[in-house]
Design a binder for this molecule. Structure first.
Ligand code: PMP
Length: 440
């Protein structure tokens, strides 16, 4: 039996998006992981209902990925990312493009979802400039959108709590509203019926600002971090049409929906709507070595490549863009996904998953259930005057009871590894049902 961590060595680490004071009083430590389970420092098994943080789509400790990382570290640990290359980055980019929606022909590597978002926004601005439309400088996002934590991402993002401490943010940004509509769409199974007209908000902003000032709109096809908001039927199609009509680039932030989460390789495939730029991260290396990948359409890349030959086409990049370890991890991850059919496994399990979720209807505190592919959102009624408290209690009880669930405010968001078995789905929802009954 492993020794339970003591609290005396926890002060130095300022933990991200964490209630540090609470955590350091009662730490939750994970020390190992394999397949569907984490192991805690006191030797308990925790069923992973969140794929870590929406990233370990093939589950944990997968031998092929582990070996690829070890081998790569011994062979070529690092190669300069600028003006030099190494074969695995090119091989990985080619394989990613081969599985991407048609027309997304090029990949730019980053190290995280946040960096993918910054990269996509900068690409959109620079694209219009190289095309001679430098007046298109405005970036649009959505309320309740989450696009990471860097300045571009929180500017186009729509989570008040993530924005309000940080000054004026980027100028020239505007937002359309989110699609959540409790009055009409509560307990929609899959895509809600109502709300296609929320896309027309984009026309309103075009009228307000004029299309000639707008570079791009970024949206999450399914908003994850704000509680699983599934787009109404026809909404993304209409957004695509309006963007096309006005020459606005459409960016899908697929940081959580990419790599099989919805039962198709990308949300673009699942919804049948192809963006111009697509941001990914997390599942690209199964959450092992940090990496992000921004996919772009051929015409965007070509616009940059038509400039003078001796110049750097896009003044942007990271020391670790396409690093050997990340590329090796990514190649092994793709092989694992493909060999095990994980990019479409969510489609096979989606009905069973939705059925298990719907078994919670009518239980205490549940005010809405939402699902899409292998994602679920369980919205709980907040305790009066204490928003988020009930959700956090559910998370804590889950950890005690041996399940990892993610909560965002009073919404439980589930996104298990795509290797989950039906009996584990039963266990996850069975335990959640007991937790709901026991919550204040
Ligand atoms: N975009 C979306 C849609 C996300 O869900 C996330 C992370 N949950 C990010 C961007 C940011 O990714 P990272 O934390 O890797 O920077």
């Amino acid at each position: 039996m492993l020794q339970k961590s003591t609290t005396n060595n926890l002060e130095a680490f300022w933990m991200p998006f964490t209630a540090n004071r609470q955590f350091k009083q009662a730490p939750r430590m994970l020390v190992a992981a394999r397949d569907m389970h984490y192991t805690t420092d006191d030797g308990r098994q925790i069923l992973d209902g969140a794929a870590g943080l929406w990233c370990c789509n093939a589950g944990h400790g997968r031998p092929k990925i582990v070996e690829a990382i070890q081998k790569q570290a011994a062979e070529l640990d690092y190669a300069p990312a600028f003006q030099m290359g190494h074969p695995k980055a090119f091989e990985f980019a080619s394989k990613l493009v081969a599985m991407a929606p048609a027309g997304m022909d090029h990949v730019f590597f980053t190290n995280s979802g946040s960096e993918s978002v910054e990269t996509a926004l900068k690409m959109a601005l620079a694209y219009h400039r190289v095309k001679g439309e430098g007046s298109r400088t405005r970036l649009l996002g959505r309320e309740r959108g989450y696009h990471g934590v860097n300045f571009g991402g929180i500017s186009v993002g729509g989570i008040v709590g993530n924005r309000k401490m940080f000054g004026t943010l980027l100028t020239g940004v505007d937002h359309i509203r989110h699609t959540h509509d409790p009055a009409r769409n509560t307990f929609s199974r899959g895509q809600p019926e109502h709300g296609v007209e929320f896309a027309d908000e984009l026309e309103r902003l075009v009228t307000l600002h004029d299309a000639s000032t707008i570079a791009a709109l970024i949206i999450e096809p399914v908003a994850g971090s704000t509680g699983v908001l599934v787009p109404p039927k026809g909404y993304l199609q209409r957004i695509r049409e309006i963007c096309d009509k006005h020459g606005i680039l459409l960016i899908f932030d697929e940081v959580i929906t990419g790599f099989g989460r919805l039962g198709a390789p990308f949300a673009a495939d699942y919804f049948g709507v192809t963006p111009d730029i697509m941001t990914t991260a997390k599942g690209v290396t199964n959450g092992t070595v940090p990496m992000g990948a921004v996919f772009v359409k051929g015409e965007i890349y070509d616009a940059f490549m038509n400039g003078p030959e001796h110049l750097i086409e896009f003044a942007h990049g990271y020391t670790y863009s396409g690093s050997p370890l990340a590329a090796a991890a990514g190649l092994a991850t793709l092989e694992t996904y493909q060999e095990e059919g994980l990019l479409t496994r969510g489609a096979e399990l989606a009905d069973y998953w939705a059925g298990a979720l719907w078994s919670l209807k009518g239980l205490p505190h549940v005010v809405d259930l939402r699902n899409c592919g292998l994602i679920a959102g369980i919205e709980l009624e907040p305790i009066a005057g204490q928003p988020g408290k009930r959700g956090f209690s559910a998370f804590l009880k889950g950890f005690e009871d041996g399940i990892l669930i993610r909560t965002t405010g009073d919404i439980i968001a589930l996104s298990p590894p795509l290797i989950i078995e039906k009996h584990q789905i039963d266990e996850l929802f069975g335990k959640i049902a007991e937790i709901l009954k026991s919550l204040d």
